[in-house]
Write a protein that binds this ligand. Structure first.
Ligand SMILES: [Zn+2]
Length: 305
């Protein structure tokens, strides 16, 4: 629940957008009609040489990363010899610690003062190019993917991407994290994008339902479940192919958009504004340097270009 009371305007815009998509589905765009879910990807003609996966774990508080709650991610960092970072998603207490400005900052490599999505009720449009557009502008044959269950984020980003040929960008709106996992496991090897953003929302939902606190049983369970989900995605979809030379050099970035206090977030307390970040570079590559939310998109573009 992303501050639902603030999203009425966005939902209204999304109704228009959803209507357009339903109209497109009605004229036989395949893959459109499962329970109102949207999106499909076209098979990539070849495996990209380099690939970036940004995995967004919505509402993961910094102190929720631990051997107990996130054993897969904890040991992934350890086995790659990289440390978790803490980044200030509020840009020095100037940007609200809300999902919309946070994720759009990741996907545009700019703060909300530039991209214009200042809170979860922003009508849009996003005022600056997204990383998907920038990738396409610099690599005409590239492919990108967005997967989310949060309609406003889907709507804002797709609002910018209407002109991008569908073959170059696939956006998936799915019901929940389980459906997103299923989509990745089903289609990843076919899609093979240069750049993917996979948004997981169960931790955030649990925070709003109980508390953004590792001692809250519901929140802790959602963190554990998400860690397991990421483990399955890593092993079944992202693990290197057994065919020698067929796997892309892959950078995987795990990021969160905010923590929380009690059952909410948006303000500037340490528990809200510091979020965990982990970047796993491919073997033999230098570690990437990400020190803020807006570095994620730029580092991703630099890696694949
Ligand atoms: Zn969020």
């Amino acid at each position: 629940m992303h501050d639902i009371e603030k999203t009425v305007g966005s939902v209204r815009n999304l109704n228009l957008w959803s209507g357009l998509l339903l109209a497109l589905c009605a004229i036989s765009l395949p893959g459109c009609s499962r329970n109102g879910e949207e999106g499909q990807c076209n098979a990539a003609p070849h495996m990209p040489a380099r690939q970036v996966v940004i995995m967004g774990i919505d509402g993961l508080r910094d102190d929720a990363v631990s051997p107990t709650l996130t054993p897969f991610l904890f040991h992934l960092a350890e086995s790659h010899g990289v440390a978790w970072r803490k980044i200030d998603v509020s840009n020095g207490r100037t940007q609200q610690t809300l999902s919309a400005p946070g994720w759009v900052s990741v996907l545009t490599a700019t703060w909300a003062s530039a991209h214009g999505i200042v809170d979860n009720s922003s009508a849009g449009p996003i005022k600056v190019p997204t990383v998907f557009e920038r990738l396409h502008a610099s690599k005409a044959d590239s492919r990108s993917v967005l997967m989310t269950s949060w309609k406003p984020l889907y709507g804002w980003v797709q609002g910018r991407l209407r002109a991008l040929p569908q073959i170059h960008h696939a956006a998936f709106l799915r019901q929940d994290d389980a459906a997103i996992e299923q989509e990745v496991l089903t289609t990843w090897r076919t899609c093979q994008p240069e750049l993917a953003f996979i948004h997981l929302d169960a931790v955030n939902k649990a925070g709003h339902a109980g508390a953004f606190d590792p001692s809250d049983p519901g929140y802790a369970a959602a963190v554990r479940e998400t860690d397991s989900r990421i483990g399955r995605l890593w092993e079944k979809a992202l693990a290197p192919s057994s065919v020698q030379g067929a796997a892309p050099q892959r950078l995987v970035i795990f990021a969160s958009d905010h923590g929380g206090v009690g059952n909410s977030h948006g303000r500037y307390s340490d528990a809200e504004r510091w979020a965990p970040l982990l970047a796993i570079s491919p073997p033999g590559s230098a570690p990437v340097n990400i020190s803020s939310l807006v570095d994620i998109g730029q580092v991703s573009l630099d890696f694949v270009q």
